[in-house]
Design a protein around this ligand. Sequence first.
Ligand SMILES: NC(=O)C1=CN([C@@H]2O[C@H](COP(=O)(O)OP(=O)(O)OC[C@H]3O[C@@H](n4cnc5c(N)ncnc54)[C@H](O)[C@@H]3O)[C@@H](O)[C@H]2O)[C@@H](O)CC1
Ligand SMILES: Nc1ncnc2c1ncn2[C@@H]1O[C@H](COP(=O)(O)OP(=O)(O)O)[C@@H](O)[C@H]1O
Ligand SMILES: [K+]
Length: 495
Amino acid sequence: MIRPEFVLTPLEMKQADAATIAAGTPGIDLMSRAGRAVADVAERVTARGGRILVVAGPGNNGGDGFVAAWLLAERGYGVSLGLLGNRDRLTGDAAKASRHWTGDIGAAEDLPFHEADLIIDALFGTGLTRNLEGAARLAVERMNMSGQPILAVDLPSGIDGETGSVWGVAVRAARTVTFAARKPCHLLMPGRAHCGPVEVADIGISPETLAATGADLWANQPALWLGALPRPGLASHKYNRGHTLVASGGATRTGAARLAARAALRIGSGLVTVASPPEALGVNAAHLTAVMLRGCDGPEGLHTVLKDERFNALVLGPALGVHANTRAMVAVAVQARRSLVLDADALTSFEGLASELHQAFRHSPTVLTPHSGEFNRLFSGHSDILDPPSKIERVRRAAFYTGAVVVLKGADTVIASPDGRAAINENGTPYLATAGSGDTLSGVIAGLMAQGVHAFEAASAGVWIHAAAGSSFGPGLIAEDLADLLPGTLRELLK
Ligand SMILES: NC(=O)C1=CN([C@@H]2O[C@H](COP(=O)(O)OP(=O)(O)OC[C@H]3O[C@@H](n4cnc5c(N)ncnc54)[C@H](O)[C@@H]3O)[C@@H](O)[C@H]2O)[C@@H](O)CC1
Ligand SMILES: Nc1ncnc2c1ncn2[C@@H]1O[C@H](COP(=O)(O)OP(=O)(O)O)[C@@H](O)[C@H]1O
Ligand SMILES: [K+]
């Protein structure tokens, strides 16, 4: 069984470093292994004898750079090293590492970047806490302007390790080597776009040590939830594969619900019904086949429909309309304690009214699927939720506040549970940015919950499967395609 991949914050990484050192591995050994891993990648991508420039900073990231520089010189490369600041100011392991380097030391910003076959960026790693200015900024700008390939040590300098944001300016790396585990910046935008492919080098920090930091953030990959995916048994029948109900908008706003409904059916919900306002029954009937249809007039109608206990998962929101009636339907659904996915209008209807959702979902499995516009509208005025610089923290706080699993969609979708677990998704494609794609996602998640998958696993699996389906199609993707791409994606996953 493949382990789910932990993503460690810089602080947790520091704890794991410290624990490893306390258990008997000297810090300089960790640095030597880190530097060697960098040298190994550099060697792999640069022809023997090529010109390599190492840009070293004043902390331990620079220390890794010194190790890589002397190893590469030993292996026959033409290595030049530039340091930001003064050699005498280096301390600790970085000072120790620098003693191996017997060549000249130039100024970081003055290296002949255009002549490099490879630039190694060891300026800053996880220790960066303020904007790049002066020589540091110049060094980064010149590296980027050179057009030569840059190998980033741990992370591209100028990127914040925890949030993935840019401290004024940041290296655009061709590839990145990080140590022990990826950090949030390798998955979150814009950091991810600065990294290129990221390799994780083993520097002797054990998986147990990583886990002991209490990390509860993962890369959203099948290992995180594959075991929770439903597989129908020999004796399964449609009634024990769940029944998903999707509320439709009015007569001119019915497509979104059908997209969600078809996705719920494709992901394996045994039955799916569209709950339609009376005036939209005709148009819905004209477009539905395997998906069933039922009249449902507003909150009272929903209350009546939900008397049938077999409807065990609900989608509310896609094209439902932004008004008090939508809020009332959410209240009915919460009262009925069904698995619930709230998207689009069901979220926007609570603009400025998020306090009505405080702990509203703690008693029933609920997933909220806002994009960033919906998220900001929903929590407007809640600076404790909107202000943290880390997207992960914002989503976690929204989950704590509402008692729901929250999926903040985008190129770097983050899924967080009220219990603190969180995952970052990375298998999407910009072709998913198309009308109705989010409606499909809500159907996928609800369809999984209908089959008994817990909210966090349903949300994480749903996001990944939706993204994999979209990625398998690529250019020209429209939301109508997505549901029909689910079987291929599922087939791969479940084989
Ligand atoms: N034992 C460990 O902790 C290990 C750490 N490793 C490396 O150590 C790195 C972290 O090292 P550090 O914590 O020393 O941090 P960094 O090396 O990332 O940077 C901190 C240094 O940069 C300076 N600085 C910060 N912002 C600046 C700015 N805007 N302008 C100019 N100077 C600035 C700080 O004063 C400090 O000297 C990791 O990214 C990784 O590369 C690896 O060697 C593996 C082992
Ligand atoms: N650049 C991108 N890369 C990957 N996925 C994306 C990107 N942009 C949007 N998506 C995904 O596309 C979907 C769009 O959802 P949403 O904005 O709700 O669309 P709609 O309201 O039209 O249904 C989400 O799953 C989101 O994560
Ligand atoms: K770096």
